[in-house]
Design a protein around this ligand. Sequence first.
Ligand code: GLV
Ligand code: GLV
Length: 325
Amino acid sequence: MARVVVTRPINPRAAELLNRHEVWTWPENRTMPRGLLLERVADADGALVMLTDRVDDEFLDAGKRLTVVSQMAVGVDNIDLDACTRRGIPVGHTPDVLTETTADMAWALLAAAARRIPEGRDYVLGGHWREWDPDLLLGSDLWETTLGIIGMGRIGAAVARRAAGFSMRVVYNSRSPKPEVEEKTGVAYKTLGDLLAESDHVVLTAAYTPETHHLIDHAALARMKPSATLVNIARGPLVDPEALSRALRSGEIGAAALDVTDPEPIPADHELLSLTNCLVIPHLGSASRGTRLAMATRAVENLLAGLAGRQVPWCANPSVYSRDG
Ligand code: GLV
Ligand code: GLV
């Protein structure tokens, strides 16, 4: 029997799988206070964490007994993977199970922003809808336009696949070209500059790393079409929020839809929230009932494997298994 800390209540059907172990779960629906987390992890063999928990040297120093860290998310930018690898600790994450659900959300946001659905809703709720108006809230088409996808991992490829239904041309940029995806989905690799200039709609699915910090800055936004839509379903700091505010206000781009923000959560008085052409939702990319259960289950499976000394099946730092000694 191992000791496990779970930093947030998870679906009981997934939690049940841990019942041979001694589990302590933070019972509240908010991020576990840092001090308590460091205290609780001190005698834990495994930790199941959320993307709001920072797993760094301080955490790992406190968690001297840890043999596995399992995150209930695919993105692991909150985790210092090198620090975990140095200590021989495998890090689990939850790819694949959330890919399609997150790609669905990219399209929901894209359609909502391009076709001005939030503004239409506000118009109706505000009592302004008196008659049909041929010039009311005209948006941008999706069909037969060019979609630019930045980051061509699993989620990027799933976003690309959906574009066929809208007869769109799809271009992409990523760290390295992906010939397999090009073959399967007909997408074409572009430099970032060319992608931004050619795309009617841009979707960000790239991982957040030091290299992608504020990838979409003032210069990037200036390259985009004035009618363009920008969707971010990856991580907030891929976009410079001040530059985005300016671009949306000045008409440098048409609209933005953000599932993630910088900072996150975004303060209610942030300028982006005052712009009618900016739609912001609270990090709901993978938030379907079925997918969150699948993520919790996968996170538990990773944790159980690590506790048993088996290879973590969905491991974010596989090099931990190829180290010397
Ligand atoms: C959510 O943002 C995730 O990385 O799974
Ligand atoms: C990123 O890890 C993805 O699944 O696209």
